[in-house]
Design a binder for this molecule. Structure first.
Ligand code: SF4
Length: 212
């Protein structure tokens, strides 16, 4: 995809949604970190359902630790892999209290050192909470990057590196949200809705879906 097309693609996505936001519900950096950690291989809808019950009861590292593993697991049992996630989240809470004064650190290195926090989660927290121009590549962004020709790559990291190189600076802070929402609702996995896609003119996908 040429630079001119990339510029046009993001201009279009921005015009349709000038202030894109995460669909995960949170009201503090810690809540965001916890929600993203819980969202691995689960839908945002299922995480929001659980955190609407959990956060009013416990929304700080100390309060989550006070719940204990069984108590936390009870609140998040509707989310996939909840036992492992409960363990990781509590271990993360312990480290936040012991090493970061109970705050979520702003560095990638410190974030990725937290149990259950990989590069993708660190990127989301750095981008959404701290405004860093990072681009977390999830399954939707991986697909859209490859399918459109915007950022082809065999691994999420390769796609991320392409995005960081190719997305113009003015769009980088919000690119993650635009691409994720586009992949979730329009450029869906099985049958992309090309006939109603706003960026079809820039997209390099050869087998575009015709209008039904
Ligand atoms: S034209 Fe189709 S394949 Fe290309 S971005 Fe739009 S929905 Fe995806």
């Amino acid at each position: 995809m040429h630079t001119r097309q990339i510029q046009q693609m993001f201009t279009t996505l921005r015009a349709a949604n000038p202030q894109p936001a995460s669909e995960l519900e949170y009201s503090s950096v810690f809540e965001l970190l916890a929600a993203v950690l819980l969202s691995a291989q689960a839908t945002d809808v299922s995480v929001n359902k659980a955190t609407r019950r959990l956060f009013p009861v416990a929304n700080t590292p100390a309060k989550l630790l006070a719940l204990g593993e069984a108590g936390l697991a009870e609140h998040i049992r509707t989310i996939g892999l909840y036992r492992t996630k409960a363990k990781n989240l509590l271990a993360t809470c312990r480290i936040l209290l012991e090493q970061h004064g109970g705050q979520v650190p702003r560095s990638r290195e410190a974030l990725e050192a937290l149990p259950g926090v990989g590069r993708k989660t660190a990127n989301v927290v750095l981008n959404v909470a701290f405004g860093e121009p990072t681009c977390a590549v999830d399954t939707h962004i991986f697909r859209v990057g490859n399918r459109t020709g915007l950022a082809p790559g065999k691994t999420p990291l390769a796609v991320e590196q392409q995005l960081m190189r190719r997305v113009p600076k003015e769009f980088l802070a919000d690119a993650h949200h635009w691409l994720i929402l586009h992949g979730r609702y329009v450029c869906v996995a099985r049958t992309p809705k090309c006939w109603q896609c706003a960026i079809a003119a820039q997209c390099g996908f050869k087998d575009k879906t015709p209008a039904p």
